[in-house]
Design a protein around this ligand. Sequence first.
Ligand SMILES: [Zn+2]
Length: 208
Amino acid sequence: MKNIILDFGHGGIDENGHYTTAPSKMFTFPNGETAYEGFINRQIGGLIELYLRSNYPDYNIVTTVKTTDSRDLSLSYRVQVANQFPAADTLFISIHSNASMNHNASGFSIYTTPGVTRSDSLATYIGEEVEKYYTDLNLKLRFDFYSDGDLDREADFYVLMKTKCPAVLLECLFFDYWEDYKLLKSAEFQKELAWHVYKGIIKYVENN
Ligand SMILES: [Zn+2]
């Protein structure tokens, strides 16, 4: 496994302080504080990138967008980054945070395309590592063992359908739910979560 593609969902905050992504990807709490999904995705994803680069300097770690780049790049571009590498030697991991209609949902989920592919195994390794940490914190694991017997949820998300290599999409927690957001913005939580996702990626690589 030579190429690990990390995708940080949505845009960041530009040099003028403007969020580059649609209002549905941000949320203002009653206390006036605003959560920006794309900003959180970059923080957590950037730590996964750091752990991979420092511990596995031989791997080709590629990000679809730099953590310092606030642009909200198109889904087709993100897929293109992954598909330039041979599928057999590549993994694609997209980092997101979730939101719900009533702003009161919480927890972690990880998605693959419907059906059983190599992505399911990658999702299981990552999900089981995250489970260890989230269980300690009493956080909800939104696993789905019904559709195909393993913990991932299944969806026809564009970046999962169009990438040729094993591909997963993580919804770390809900950015529009205060208890989840408090964790998402905490440096300590970000480091621990990123470390567990990193460990899941490495376990997949070592077993394939
Ligand atoms: Zn998202």
